[in-house]
Design a binder for this molecule. Structure first.
Ligand SMILES: CC(C)(COP(=O)([O-])OP(=O)([O-])OC[C@H]1O[C@@H](n2cnc3c(N)ncnc32)[C@H](O)[C@@H]1OP(=O)([O-])[O-])[C@@H](O)C(=O)NCCC(=O)NCCSC(=O)C[C@@](C)(O)CC(=O)[O-]
Length: 306
């Protein structure tokens, strides 16, 4: 069977944000800065640095401004520094640091929307609309991410028509890209393809990206299923770090190392140096005192030791 896979894939490493937002220990700003610089040294060209959400809701991201200040002197012009922004208050704080891209994050599940950002899906779009308009007027890219596109921790299975609806609304208010997220990692390849297919009612394939958590070990298969549809951008997390504070039990995103290994093995370029990426993942895993969540990283490290 032949598929027309993309020749190049953009990796968005979300570990500094999605990876660390759920950590119970305080991760010092310098450690986040080192992680980001390690990722960039490995060739990552797009990353989620932090989020401008309420520190009462997500204390771990409370150093958002300090982190961007620390990164400023060595900021790379060919790297896209993204930040999550839930409302105008967050945007006003973020804009002081001129991020390259803001991410507005909605949900295909009503209940998850309430739990995560304390408003309904329609209310969230109303909040995002002025944020997206001001960002675009200032030359900042706007990406929309939709949580719970295949399953929700509160509502169970999500109908693809919900994904189509939120995609439509996010595009109407100016999202240039749409991330299809499997927040709790319950998706399997055909379900993920159905969610992507629903988004394609309103979005072009070049606008879509995949954001797959690996709770049930399906994320790499789901990545391949998305690739087969022509998706060429994926959110991944070095060492598989992460989880969402409002999706109990959900583990991290698919490990960046695992996706890069698969893509390179398929002849698809990423611009990333896998060995340097493994160093980045090991350093943060050691700091967090947790086993490296990437199968590929563990294999490479074991091989080096033997
Ligand atoms: C959205 C809100 C702020 C609404 O929270 P709220 O309590 O409804 O907001 P509010 O407007 O009523 O304000 C309450 C207080 O928060 C302050 N406030 C209000 N906004 C901000 C802000 N931006 N930055 C700093 N402070 C803020 C505001 O000033 C006020 O302060 P007070 O007067 O009480 O001192 C809250 O629900 C929130 O911060 N939620 C965070 C959710 C979050 O970060 N979730 C994890 C990221 S999403 C995710 O992981 C999924 C994703 C993207 O990865 C994809 C996937 O896998 O699904």
């Amino acid at each position: 069977m032949s598929h027309s896979y993309p020749s190049h894939v953009t990796i968005v490493d979300v570990s500094p944000r999605d990876g660390l937002q759920n950590e119970s220990m305080t991760v010092p700003t310098e450690v986040k800065q080192t992680l980001i610089n390690d990722l960039i040294a490995a060739g990552v060209k797009k990353l989620e640095a932090t989020s401008f959400v309420s520190p009462k809701w997500v204390p771990q991201m409370g150093d958002n401004s300090a982190l961007l200040d620390a990164l400023a002197p060595t900021r790379q012009t060919d790297v896209c520094y993204s930040v999550l922004v839930p409302n105008m208050r967050g945007f006003e704080n973020a804009i002081l640091h001129r991020p390259d891209e803001i991410v507005i994050f909605g949900s295909a599940s009503e209940t998850f929307s309430q739990k995560n950002i304390n408003c309904s899906i329609d209310e969230s779009i109303e909040r995002f609309a002025p944020v997206a308009a001001v960002a675009k007027a200032q030359g900042i890219k706007v990406r929309g991410v939709i949580s719970c596109t295949v399953g929700c921790p509160y509502e169970g299975e999500i109908d693809p028509s919900q994904v189509a609806y939120v995609t439509k609304r996010l595009i109407e208010i100016g999202s240039e890209q749409i991330g299809i997220a499997d927040t709790i990692g319950v998706g399997t390849p055909l379900k993920v393809q159905r969610a992507l297919q629903a988004a394609l009612e309103y979005a072009d394939i070049s606008m879509l990206s995949g954001h797959f958590h690996d709770t049930y070990g399906q994320a790499l298969s789901n990545t391949l299923a998305a690739l087969q549809m022509g998706v060429s951008e994926f959110d991944t997390s070095v060492a598989g770090l992460g989880g969402c504070p409002y999706a109990k039990g959900a583990t991290g995103n698919v490990a960046t190392e695992d996706v890069v290994y698969m893509l390179h093995g398929m002849g698809i370029s990423t611009g990333i140096d896998l060995d340097k990426l493994v160093v980045a993942g090991e350093r943060i895993s050691e700091f967090l005192k947790r086993p490296n969540g990437s199968n590929v990283a563990r294999a490479i490290i074991n091989k080096r030791r033997s």
